[in-house]
Every structure is written in structure tokens, then in C-alpha cells.
Write a protein that binds this ligand. Structure first.
Ligand code: NAD
Length: 490
């Protein structure tokens, strides 16, 4: 079976104008489960035209009516959670439980965006001079677009899309070409909401599709999530073309463990963070920095727990983690592990060569732990994006913070401690956008912005919450004079 996926443009399912197809591969089996076009400029032109046409009427639809579609969207997605999660697991590899959790985070964003009638409110100053008032109106920009990565096929478009359409923009979603089936199914469901044609569109494809979005004059606002080199390209090209762009990039998240940390909680949370979603979370713990006494005991416990994690097919309820996304990714990660060893790291747990019975062609790598990782080694500097945890030891909290701050990424950083003073110092001094205190995956709820600093983010306003509302609206300042004398004429 191999379905060829279609684009959704102007309320219709249409074939891409590019007939070159890519296989969508189930990373657990190595077998194709669908096909998708590599995409083309013409598809983007059609989607942008349709969204542009729809915008005039959508922006004039009251916000209270626009959000009614979102209330229904929430109920619809919740009713189909298991079905959507199963598709996500099939093409992305993560476990069914992880796919369902992702669905919850997507729906949370719809819930927050349902508050747009309040969130879009602005400020009003009466009598800035006699009989003169001044106020701000938030208005939509036009057509927005998001370009998403493979690792959260459900959730990531929802960091942006519900806010954008609730604010009165029309929208184009560009899923990752590695995992296009999940969003296609979501759009089939969205179709039943009977949104006006052109309000929501989806185009498939890779680089050519993205570059066409970056150039199109009808698309003034672009949200991107993916690796840092592509985030930079999207930010630079989009802004050069006069667009506002928010581009979330890669990560290298450190977790600092103080000697007073609660050992049992810390070990469990670190192992979940490092190896959940096979390490393919942008907030996954990638480096553990132990501080002071007790490092060996903690490391031993992390190894023991990591060893107990079962790697397998995501639909196997007993599996704790699934495969990595592709055969290329597996080779890249295994090469990095070897390079780490060659550059002096100790191999504390080796997940290479793991076999999953019945899934001999799956891209499986088991939990891997490297000790004594050097700050200048490739394995420390590179975003591995796989189930590999590096261990580094330092003497003081100040050294740990300085080490984190020298890293080029700043997506998240966490500390485990019982000391409020240590936690406060860490929160205050660490250069990262999402901070966790006794938390392993510092993922903001939908009503907070998904922050990210340094080379993990290019732009000003982040996804989710009030930031998404600001990003997808422009402010209009109005100064009005109404003289009393004029009304006396009537
Ligand atoms: P990727 O950068 O390869 O792809 C992301 C998107 O960009 C896809 O839609 C893809 O089609 C497009 N793309 C790829 N190469 C392109 C090019 N040369 N020109 C134009 N467009 C291009 O990322 P990925 O491998 O799908 O996802 C993993 C990456 O995403 C990791 O680096 C991870 O850290 C990052 N990520 C970051 C966050 C965050 O919040 N900061 C969240 C999730 C994932």
C-alpha cells in the first residue's frame, strides 16, 4: 500500500504540480507507508492565491465567530486522538503514548487561541488632549505560513496556526516531507469544519516549497521550526524579503545536577528526558553536568535505569522508546558516538547494534551514554538528536553555568537541586530561553511562549500564547478628535 498524498488548497484536495515523489518510510520497519511530492513553487503560488482571496472576508468575520471553528476543531481532534496518534507513530517512530501526549499539547494551543477575543484586546487612552482619544487596534497581517520539522508532526503547527487564524489571518501549513501523513489526516478532519475555502491550506514538499514561501509577496509572516542551519536560512531569506519571521532552531540542552539533588527523582527524570522520543526532542537532555560530590553514584544509577529501557516499535505498548527517524540519521548518530570515543570520551553504555525482533530493518539505537566528554569534542558541540547522553563533571555551579553559556545553543537548561539559592542563581545567570528547576523537559504550556535563545532561535516573538498573538497581528494606532460643538448641530 502506498498512498500519494495531496495538497489541500482552497478547500480542495489537489495533486502537486510536481510529479517527483518521495517515499514516506516507517522508521520501525524501513518500509514505505505513503508517498509525497517533493513540492514546487507552483503549489505555493496556488495556496498563497487561495489564502489571499479568502483573507478579505475572514478578517471581517468577527473574532467571536472565528473562534467557534476552533472550539469545534478541539473537540474533533480529541475525538480522533488515537487514530491520529497511530499515524504519527507509524511515520515518525515515537511510541503511541508519546504521540498521544503530543496531541494533548496541540489541543492546548487551540484552547488558548479560543481566547482571542480577549487576547487581541488593546489599550485605550481617553483625553490625551481635550476631546482627543488615542488607542491601539490589533489587526491580522494577511497570509501566514508555518514550516515544521519531523519530530512533532502533530504539535508544532499548532504553536502557530490556531492563533494566526483566530487573529483573522489565513494560513498555509507545510509539514515535514518525512512525516506528511499525520497533518494530512488532521486536514481531512479540519475539512469537516466547513471553514470558508482558503482559510486553511496545506502544501507538501521540501526546500523548493519552503523557498517559494520565503519569496511569496502575499505571505508576510512565517513561523519555522527545524535545525539551526535551515532556521538561519529561513530567517535571513524571509527578512530580506521584508517578512516577519520567527525561526526556532536546534539545541544542546544541559542538565546540571547539584550534590544535594533528590537522587531518585533526578535519575528518573533525566533518563526520561534523554531517551524519550529516542532523544529526538528539541528539549531533550543531551548533556548532564554533575557538580561536586556524588557524581559516580548518580552516573551509575543513570546507566542502570537507561539499560532497563526497552527499545522497540512505537505501537508495542511495552516499548519505552522507538527508532530514530531514518537510516541516514542512524548512521550519522552512530558515527558521532564513535567520534566521541575517538576524541577521548568513555563509552558507559552502548546502544549501537541493538536488534528488535521482527523489525530488522528499523532504525533502532538503544540508550547510549558517554562519560568524560570534553567541551571541545564534536559530540559535545554537535546537536546529536538521538538517544545519546554525554556526562561532564565540574567542581562548582559557577563552572557549570559558564560551560552552558559558552555553548552556541540556548534552547533550554535545567537544574536539579534542593537549594533555592542555587536554583535562583541558575535561573538568573544561565543563557537559555526555557529553564527547568527539577524538571527534565522544560516545555512551556501553551499559555507561555516557547522561548529559545542564541542559535536556537532567530527572531523576536516566539510561538504560543501572547507572543503568537503579537506575531500574527500588527498594531494600528488611532488618534481621534470629537468636538462637542459638532454634535450640537444635530
Ligand atoms: P530540518 O531543518 O531538516 O527541516 C525542517 C523543515 O525545513 C522541514 O519542513 C524541511 O522540509 C525544511 N527544510 C529542510 N532543509 C531545507 C533547506 N535546505 N531549505 C529550506 N527548507 C528546508 O529539521 P528536521 O530534521 O525536520 O527536525 C529536527 C530539527 O528541528 C532539530 O534540529 C531540532 O532541534 C529542531 N527542532 C527545534 C525545535 C525548537 O523548538 N527549537 C522544536 C522541534 C525541533
Amino acid at each position: 500500500m502506498s498512498t500519494t498524498l495531496k495538497n489541500y488548497i482552497n478547500g480542495e484536495w489537489v495533486k502537486s504540480k510536481n510529479n517527483s515523489l518521495l517515499d514516506v518510510i516507517n522508521p520501525s520497519t524501513g518500509l514505505p507507508v505513503g508517498r509525497v511530492s517533493v513540492g514546487c513553487k507552483e503549489d505555493v503560488l496556488d495556496a498563497a492565491e487561495s489564502a489571499h482571496q479568502a483573507w478579505e472576508s475572514w478578517r471581517n468575520t468577527p473574532a467571536t465567530q472565528r473562534v467557534q471553528y476552533l472550539f469545534k476543531m478541539k473537540a474533533l481532534l480529541e475525538a480522533h486522538t488515537d487514530e491520529i496518534a497511530a499515524i504519527c507513530t507509524q511515520e515518525c517512530g515515537k511510541t503511541f503514548a508519546e504521540s498521544k501526549a503530543e496531541m494533548t499539547r496541540a489541543v492546548e494551543n487551540i484552547e488558548v487561541a479560543c481566547g482571542i477575543p480577549t487576547l487581541m484586546q488593546s489599550v485605550f487612552s481617553e483625553d490625551i488632549a481635550t476631546g482627543v482619544d488615542e488607542f491601539v487596534i490589533r489587526q491580522p497581517l494577511g497570509v501566514g505560513a508555518c514550516i515544521s520539522p519531523f519530530n512533532f508532526p502533530i504539535m508544532i503547527p499548532f504553536w502557530f496556526m490556531p492563533y494566526a487564524i483566530a487573529c483573522g489571518n489565513t494560513y498555509i501549513v507545510k509539514p515535514s516531507e518525512k512525516v506528511p501523513m499525520t497533518m494530512t489526516r488532521i486536514f481531512e478532519l479540519i475539512e469537516t469544519l466547513n471553514l470558508p475555502k482558503g482559510v486553511l491550506n496545506m502544501v507538501h514538499g521540501g526546500k523548493e516549497t519552503v523557498d517559494a514561501i520565503l519569496e511569496h509577496p502575499f505571505i508576510p509572516a512565517i513561523s519555522f521550526v527545524g535545525s539551526t542551519p535551515v532556521a538561519k536560512h529561513v530567517y535571513q531569506t524571509g527578512t530580506l524579503n521584508g517578512k516577519r519571521v520567527q525561526a526556532q532552531g536546534g539545541a544542546k540542552n544541559a542538565v546540571v545536577v547539584m550534590p544535594d539533588a533528590d537522587e531518585e527523582t533526578t535519575v528518573k527524570i533525566i533518563v526520561d528526558s534523554a531517551f524519550g522520543c529516542a532523544g529526538q526532542r528539541c528539549l531533550a537532555a543531551s548533556v548532564v553536568i554533575t557538580v561536586g560530590e556524588g557524581a559516580q553514584k548518580l552516573t551509575d544509577k543513570i546507566i542502570t535505569l537507561a539499560k532497563s529501557k526497552k527499545t522497540g516499535d512505537g505501537m508495542d505498548a511495552s516499548a519505552d522508546m522507538g527508532p530514530v527517524i531514518s537510516a541516514e540519521s542512524k548512521i550519522r548518530i552512530e558515527k558521532l558516538i564513535q567520534l566521541g570515543i575517538d576524541q577521548g570520551a568513555d563509552l558507559l553504555l552502548d546502544g549501537r547494534g541493538i536488534k528488535v525482533s521482527g523489525h530488522e530493518n528499523g532504525n533502532f539505537i538503544g540508550p547510549t551514554i558517554l562519560g568524560n566528554v570534553g567541551e571541545h569534542s564534536e559530540v559535545y558541540k554537535t546537536e546529536i538528536f538521538g538517544p545519546v547522553l554525554s556526562m561532564i563533571h565540574v567542581k562548582t555551579l559557577e563552572e557549570a553555568i559558564a560551560l552552558i553559556n559558552r555553548n552556541r545553543y540556548g534552547n533550554s537548561a535545567c537544574i536539579f537541586t534542593r537549594s533555592g539559592a542555587a536554583a535562583r542563581k541558575f535561573r538568573h545567570n544561565t543563557l537559555a530561553g526555557n529553564i527547568g528547576v527539577n524538571i527534565g523537559v522544560a516545555a512551556p504550556m501553551a499559555f507561555f511562549p516557547f522561548s529559545g535563545w542564541k542559535e536556537s532561535f532567530f527572531g523576536d516573538l516566539h510561538g504560543q500564547s501572547s507572543h503568537a498573538v503579537e506575531f500574527y497581528t500588527q498594531t494600528k494606532v488611532v488618534i481621534e478628535r470629537w468636538n462637542d460643538e459638532w454634535s450640537r448641530k444635530f
